[in-house]
Design a protein around this ligand. Structure first.
Ligand SMILES: Cc1ncc(COP(=O)(O)O)c(C=O)c1O
Length: 403
């Protein structure tokens, strides 16, 4: 069976994790701090806080920014449930918008139409690793009329003076836009290092801060480190220093720090990340070159004039098919011992969001994309022979179902 996205665990990773285990320090410590520093350098952002998942990073972030009941946060209808769940837990309302026609990203004109005086943030999602239109989003939130209707409800929001632009960069580590890396494309970005992601720490994530001039990123880093550790003024490592046992709790915080065992995996993953991206790029091109000869294939956008994907997911679409035909094609592909997937079921299809009143018919582009989409395997260890097996399985399965 060709798996969909296995992690790359080899002797190097095992040796570094073993070294962390043997170091006498396994929770947040020197490896996590080094990992944060290296991510900041790689992404070109101003500060990075490592956490135990994208989800908890974003949850803490929304709390830190003061998002609360009565507020609205705009997201695409087409994303993983985490993007919306954290907004629900913050007490605010996720306001969903439809997608662009040419790619899987949220449509900025739909965002414009969804903005109200309650809008506190826009969370774009870099689906499959292809960056959203951050330049257009930044222009939008800086338009005089949009700024005028923004209502700040705390000092941070006052200082920014406009809607915050967040990036759900769960998929886009290493992606580029206008020569800058994901993590530095907007105000604040959140990465996921979950087991299936391009760069993994088993579970994990990172918040990357890149707020405008005037924000004190060293102070923001300090505040976030406190917030992810119950509000404790000192972390476990600081408390081990001689006579340094006493600490305060500045506020009731969260508990979602990254461990040094996770960071050990991440450090190795980061060290060899460019070779990972290069291999993923080759696989994307092999798929694209193959399917361009099939007139039923709609290829995903992954390289344009100013954007380069992180090559996380290859979102192939099949022209003019129904959802049932797509499901039948997937069944056939599995018969060839090839694992494929669907990214994503749009949020309005899920019970939790149907119950909250969201309707699929309000997001026709999201439904159109979902109903004929099949995600193909992409990972460093996938060989060219395996890629060819996937291509063959897809072609034969499409032919069988459509004949
Ligand atoms: C688009 C998107 N956002 C957020 C997440 C949540 O990431 P995590 O599992 O690290 O919380 C995922 C995870 O798959 C995702 O795909």
């Amino acid at each position: 069976m060709i798996p969909f996205s296995p992690p790359r665990i080899d002797d190097k990773v095992i040796a570094e994790v073993t070294a962390a285990l043997q170091s006498g320090w396994i929770t947040t410590g020197p490896r996590t701090k080094l990992f944060e520093k290296k991510i900041t350098e790689y992404c070109g952002c101003q500060a990075t806080v490592a956490v135990n998942s994208w989800t908890m990073g974003m949850q803490v972030l929304l709390d830190w920014w003061g998002i609360k009941e009565g507020d609205e946060v705009i997201i695409p209808a087409y994303t993983y449930c985490a993007s919306a769940n954290v907004i629900v837990h913050s007490g605010a309302k996720p306001v969903m918008v439809d997608l662009n026609q040419d790619d899987f990203n949220l449509n900025v004109e739909k965002v414009r139409a969804a903005i109200t005086p309650r809008t506190k943030a826009i969370m774009a999602v870099d689906i499959s690793g292809f960056p959203a239109d951050y330049d257009l989003l930044m222009d939008l939130v800086n338009e005089a009329e949009i700024k005028d209707q923004f209502q700040a409800s705390n000092d941070l929001q006052e200082q920014l003076g406009r809607i915050l632009v967040l990036s759900d960069s769960a998929h886009s580590f290493g992606a580029l836009m206008n020569g800058k890396r994901s993590g530095s494309l907007t105000d604040i970005s959140s990465f996921s290092f979950h087991a299936v992601k391009n760069l993994t720490t088993a579970e994990g994530g990172a918040l990357c801060f890149n707020l405008p001039d005037g924000f004190d990123h060293a102070e923001i880093y300090r505040q976030l480190c406190v917030k992810i550790l119950h509000g404790q003024s000192k972390d476990a490592l600081a408390k081990t220093k001689k006579g340094n046992w006493k600490y305060d709790v500045e506020e009731p915080g969260f508990k979602c720090n990254m461990t040094d065992i996770q960071a050990a995996i991440g450090l190795i993953e980061l060290e060899r990340y460019e070779e990972n991206l290069t291999r993923r790029r080759e696989i994307f091109h092999r798929y694209a070159d193959a399917f361009k000869s099939n007139d039923w294939a709609i290829e995903p956008a992954f390289e344009t004039e100013n954007k380069t994907s992180s090559y996380h997911l290859y979102l192939l679409r099949i022209k003019d098919i129904t959802e049932a035909q797509r499901d039948a094609i997937i069944q056939e592909i599995f018969e060839f011992d090839v694992s494929v997937n669907v990214h994503f079921q749009p949020l309005p299809l899920l019970t939790a969001y149907k119950k909250r009143g969201y309707k699929m018919e309000d997001y026709p582009e999201a439904y159109a994309k979902y109903s004929n989409e099949i995600s193909l395997p992409v990972y460093f260890d996938l060989t060219n022979d395996q890629v060819d097996t996937v291509i063959d399985a897809v072609r034969k399965s499409v032919q069988k179902v459509l004949s």
